[in-house]
Design a protein around this ligand. Structure first.
Ligand code: ATP
Ligand code: LTN
Length: 334
């Protein structure tokens, strides 16, 4: 008899650095939900990553819990997947330290996210912001992850994780599984509604630049109506039309229609009609998620039970990898 093929391992995480945006949902979360049946999925709320930028303690605490509840509301199922809070599993920070010593200054200096964030937070360019990718590599490598579903902006960090894994394996023999990025074709890069040359980011101070999954329907409508477009007024993908391209991308990701189908549907109609239609489609998409979120966030005991249960298992799995790493390097077992 054939032995059943072992399911591949998937790891991904999201920072609780603010409210979760439509970009996070379309670029990452929605894909995670779909992968749960076919893979061994491990997901985390990356709270350790979030402190690379200053967080106000009360809001931070609430954002962590909200992110956990919202991901459950999006369909992360703790019966199928592990889903924990990163700081609850001590192996992540420990392996990150080790990997820091196998990551080059030059490599980290080239990371686009580091350059962007250090420009944005010039008063707090801390060592954690610089070493952010080695913590991310630790998250991934601890679980021997085969694939990492992320939005397009994280591709560079994934490449670095691969390099770190290969470098370590090269020195000490096969230790880490070298992970592959998994970037979906739709929704991989949702752009800011106010500056469509930048990605939509939850930590953007301009609240009109992003739509949150938990925004109220009239807020969603208002934000789409204010979205920056161009003066051409033709609903069709085109060069130099970043704003409208982005809205078409969102519409396509939410409804499953192609850009061409959307162009036909809105032929002869203005941007105003189109923006309203995009907003309505998004409102429909988030409505059931918002209802489930309300249930979860009001059931704190349930949330605690879920994240503890997953963290306990994650600790056991990741400890094995960490022990192996420490042994290979030459640390003495206690
Ligand atoms: P921050 O603004 O704090 O950097 P973020 O909004 O970029 O946060 P992350 O927590 O860093 O979000 O990312 C979570 C996931 O969402 C990642 O897989 C990332 O690639 C994806 N993602 C983030 N922004 C977008 C976007 N605009 N379009 C598509 N995917 C995105
Ligand atoms: N840096 C990631 C969040 C993250 C992550 C990870 C993603 C932290 N650890 C491990 C994939 C795998 C981001 O999306 N900005």
């Amino acid at each position: 008899m054939d032995t059943p093929e072992k399911k591949k391992v998937i790891f991904s995480a999201i920072q609780p650095s603010g409210t979760i945006t439509l970009g996070n949902y379309l670029g990452a979360l929605r894909n995670w939900v779909k992968l749960q049946d076919d893979y061994n999925c491990i997901f985390a709320v990356a709270d350790l990553h979030a402190i690379t930028v200053r967080q106000e303690p009360k809001a931070f605490k609430q954002n962590i819990l909200n992110a956990y509840a919202l991901l459950l509301a999006c369909g992360i199922d703790t019966e199928k997947s592990l889903f924990f809070i990163q700081s609850h599993v001590h192996t992540h920070a420990e392996l990150a330290w080790v990997l820091n010593c196998y990551t080059q200054f030059g490599e980290l200096s080239r990371m686009t996210q580091f350059k962007d964030k250090s420009a944005k937070h010039a008063d707090n360019v801390n060592a954690g912001l610089f070493a952010y990718p080695s913590l991310m590599a630790a998250d991934i490598l601890l679980y021997k992850s085969d694939m990492v579903p992320v939005g397009a902006d994280q591709k560079q960090h994934l490449e670095l994780s691969r390099n770190i894994a290969e470098r370590f394996n090269g020195i000490y023999g096969n230790t880490f599984t070298v992970p592959e990025p998994y970037i979906s074709t739709v929704g991989a890069r949702v752009m800011s509604l106010q500056d469509p040359s930048k990605k939509m980011s939850k930590s953007d101070e301009n609240v009109n630049s992003w739509v949150a999954v938990l925004d109220k329907p009239d807020t969603i409508m208002k934000k789409f109506k204010r979205a920056v477009t161009d003066s051409e007024a033709v609903v069709k993908v085109g060069e130099g039309k970043d704003g409208i391209n982005n809205l078409i991308g969102i519409m396509s990701a939410v409804t499953g229609k192609t850009a061409d189908e959307i162009a036909v549907e809105f032929e002869g109609k203005g941007y105003g009609d189109f923006k309203t239609a995009v907003a309505e489609a998004v409102i429909e998409e988030v409505k059931p998620i918002q209802a489930r979120f309300e249930e979860y966030i009001n059931n704190k005991d349930y949330l605690v039970e879920q994240y503890r249960k997953s963290a306990e298992i994650a600790e056991k799995i990741s400890q094995r990898t960490l022990d192996k790493v420490m042994k290979k390097i030459g640390f003495i077992a206690k």
